[in-house]
Design a protein around this ligand. Structure first.
Ligand code: SRM
Ligand code: SF4
Length: 557
């Protein structure tokens, strides 16, 4: 079969340089060339336009209002307070000002004009931050279990995110040349033994979890590493492969899939080798003709898990030991104050990851002032929240006073359980693929669901509800107890029956319903839950057992 056009663009890109300098210079448009739109992704940027203004501008015969989104590479999601301050200023100077925490533990800025790209990257570079390989057909930001409470070995495990991120970065110097005015290597494209000249067939994601908390949704990654701790020591990782959530409406060949655990890797050497060779097998056998079927999950399902495992073993030179026992029982962030390893940590609830000042709380101001004290680190979570880390007992009251003054504590701790767990993807107005609203809509929808929670005494129940504006699954709705997937403006498919720990996908239960229908469906579901649940049965398990199995009106994906 013929390769997809993106394959040629990658191959001809001269080590990801493309014609970006010429594209940047073209003052007549805010856009870059079509090919460069693909190439610039590997540098952590997406070309977008303001979808709220498309029609008005088209009526006036104006070009779309183009701008760029930039995503940072932050393995494990850590920033120093100084880096937060720098980010705050960069966001104000070059973007919309909103700092967006993503579902993969990093941050994005939106609305950067073409002429501001280079100054933005240079300013980030001054703060020792980069956006290399956060998009494109390469390994993306590596996510890792976020809270120190999860284990006293959390720092050691977290460090794997850094190691893997560095190991799996493309070798080209293009980023430094193009954006940081490094010495020009011009036409030469450097050797890259891993990515060669066509990179991977598709994006690639790695997550690292520490059971029993699956806060990174580890099984939704192409590779999930599950830390195995015995006798207080990290002995290695179970390795799971082939997770991925995207599906396309109406394309039966596409589907969400949770990763399959294929064995245990002992120690760092085996773990790193195994990860690397999973990438090389995917590089060599992944589908390069149909990008909809190019993710690792399809390569594995096309050839079989056993076949894939044997390919990896042949390349690593060792066979995987049987997977070690582990259990996931939860998937949430530890909101509020918690002490671990003699230090204090405060997890802030950041609704849909949007750091800004609004009517509810002055979050951006609070975080800036806290960063200025220099007493807390900043760490993002895969649930789009933020942990203020490693605060000494003597500084706790200083941070606490600010969190209270700007209403951050109140919002974090007094919100309903549903709001505390909810996530939505970006969708409108920047995402070009959005069919429906998500982050701009979910907070209001939750406000309208809250009376139902009260009616059924579920206000404190941490049901995991997630929404996306299209079936790509950026807010991981298929791994939620209640998932909404946009089908058209104002319409969503309703999925139910995922479990709280993220080990079972949900099932499509209703198609293409609007808000009135959503509220009626939830009313009926919560009522049924209240009447028929077993003791301590969580909503997702109840929906799977009682609604989907016993009263089968659902449509399987
Ligand atoms: Fe995503 C594409 C936003 C996590 C699956 N995703 C996009 C783009 C870049 C749209 C585009 O291609 O032009 C969105 C940009 C919107 C905007 O305006 O910012 C976008 N994805 C996001 C973020 C920001 C959602 C959020 O609100 O946090 C997340 C950024 C993560 C990061 O820091 O790297 C984000 N995307 C995810 C996840 C969840 C995860 O990784 O845990 C998924 C599902 C898991 C998976 O990969 O299978 C996800 N995004 C996709 C897909 C479908 C990929 C596929 O296999 O087909 C696309 C579309 C594509 O790649 O063609 C996509
Ligand atoms: Fe855009 Fe769809 Fe991802 Fe939401 S799920 S950010 S609408 S691509």
């Amino acid at each position: 079969m013929k390769d997809s056009p993106v394959e040629k663009i990658k191959k001809d890109s001269k080590g990801l340089r493309g014609s970006i300098p010429a594209s940047l210079q073209k003052a007549i448009t805010g856009a870059i060339s079509e090919d460069d739109v693909q190439v610039i992704k590997f540098h952590g940027m997406y070309q977008q336009d303001d979808r709220d203004r498309r029609e008005v501008r088209a009526a006036k015969k104006l070009d779309r209002l183009y701008s760029f989104m930039i995503r940072l590479r932050l393995p494990g999601g850590d920033l120093t307070p100084e880096q937060w301050i720098a980010t705050h200023h960069i966001a104000g100077e070059h973007s919309t000002g909103v700092i967006k925490i993503t579902t993969r533990q990093t941050i994005q800025l939106h609305g950067i004009l073409k002429s501001h790209i280079k100054p933005t990257i240079q300013a980030f570079n001054q703060a020792a931050l980069d956006s290399i390989a956060t998009c494109g057909d390469v390994n993306r930001n590596v996510a890792a279990a976020s809270h120190p409470l999860q284990s006293h070995l959390q720092t050691q495990i977290h460090a794997y995110a850094d190691k893997l991120s560095t190991l799996l970065m493309p070798k080209t110097r293009a980023y430094y040349e193009l954006w940081l005015d490094d010495e020009l290597l011009a036409e030469k494209s450097e050797d890259d033994p891993l990515y060669q000249d066509r990179y991977l067939p598709r994006k690639f994601k790695i997550g690292i979890a520490i059971p029993p908390n699956n806060d990174v949704d580890v099984l939704t990654n192409d590779i999930g590493l599950i830390a195995i701790i015995e006798k207080d020591e990290l002995i290695g990782f179970n390795i799971a492969i082939g997770g991925g959530l995207s599906a396309t409406h109406g394309n039966e060949k596409t589907y969400p899939r949770l990763a399959t655990v294929i064995g245990f890797c002992e120690g760092e050497e085996q773990t790193v080798k195994a990860v690397y060779e999973v990438l090389t097998v995917q590089r060599d056998f992944g589908n390069r003709s149909d990008r909809k079927l190019a993710r690792l999950k399809y390569t594995i399902d096309a050839h079989g898990v056993e076949w894939f495992k044997q390919q990896v073993e042949a390349r690593t030179g060792f066979t995987f030991a049987p997977a070690r026992p582990y259990t996931f029982t939860e998937r949430h962030d530890y909101l509020g104050w918690h002490e671990a390893n003699g230090l204090w940590h405060y997890t802030v609830l950041v609704e849909n990851g949007r750091v800004t000042d609004d009517a509810t709380m002055a979050l951006k101001t609070a975080l800036y002032q806290i960063a200025e004290t220099g007493v807390a680190g900043f760490r993002f979570t895969s649930n789009q929240n933020l942990i203020l880390t490693n605060i000494k007992a003597k500084h706790k009251s200083l941070v606490d006073e600010m969190l209270q003054r700007f209403h951050v504590r109140n919002f974090t701790e007094q919100s309903s359980g549903l709001r505390q767990q909810a996530m939505a993807c970006v969708a409108f107005n920047t995402c070009p693929l959005a069919l429906a609203e998500a982050q701009r809509y979910l907070p209001g929808l939750i406000t309208r669901i809250e009376p139902l929670l009260k009616k059924y005494r579920l206000e404190k129940d941490g049901i995991i509800m997630r929404m996306t504006g299209c079936p790509n699954g950026c807010g991981r709705p298929y791994a939620a107890e209640i998932g909404f997937v946009g089908t058209a403006y104002g319409y969503y498919n309703l999925h139910i029956g995922g479990d709280r720990a993220g080990t079972r996908l949900n099932i499509r239960y209703r198609e293409h319903i609007n808000e009135e229908q959503i509220l009626a469906e939830l009313d009926a579901l919560f009522s049924s839950y209240q009447q028929h649940k077993k003791i301590a049965e969580q909503f997702g398990d109840f929906a799977f057992r009682y609604i989907l199995q016993d009263h089968s009106t659902a449509q399987k994906d």
